[in-house]
Design a protein around this ligand. Structure first.
Ligand SMILES: [Zn+2]
Length: 151
């Protein structure tokens, strides 16, 4: 019988380097090989890498990419608005009401796939969710665990 949790008798496999994987993810590339693409569309994650076959559908990025994107974009926007008020103190209101929302939207749309790729690669490097061997995500839920508790 296989153990419920990873331990010395069931190693999770070799340690994965986090930073190289995240750098690949930032470029939208497979965290394992760095050549295949993570996304098949703007934010649609490929089921597996087209080059090395690494399964990518295990990711659980969920709401984290938008959260991190808004955090980064917000800090950039605040700095830009404050600087613009110093450089262009007479900027008309209509121009500000047009330019800043447009810039914020474009910044978020540009950052979102970058951030999502990096977070998926980070999950892969840490073997989170189904990225590790024999993950609970692959086995389904509970029947084996319930059987093993009876032993
Ligand atoms: Zn790959």
């Amino acid at each position: 019988m296989k153990p419920l949790f990873p331990g010395p008798s069931s190693p999770m496999g070799p340690k994965r380097a986090i930073w190289p994987a995240v750098k690949n993810g930032l470029r939208g590339r497979c965290p394992k090989c760095g050549q295949g693409k993570i996304f098949t569309a703007y934010l649609k994650v490929a089921d597996s890498c087209s080059v090395c076959g690494e399964e990518l559908h295990h990711h659980r990025a969920d709401d984290m990419p938008p959260y991190v994107t808004m955090f980064i974009a917000g800090h950039i926007m605040v700095a830009c608005v404050l600087e613009a008020q110093e450089v262009f103190p007479e900027m008309p209101t209509w121009a500000e009401m047009t330019f800043w929302p447009l810039l914020a939207a474009l910044l978020c749309l540009g950052l979102l796939p970058i951030v999502k790729g990096a977070l998926i690669a980070y999950q892969w490097a840490l073997r989170m969710h189904g990225f590790g061997p024999e993950s609970a995500d692959d086995k389904g839920f509970e029947p084996r665990r319930l059987e093993s508790r009876r032993d």
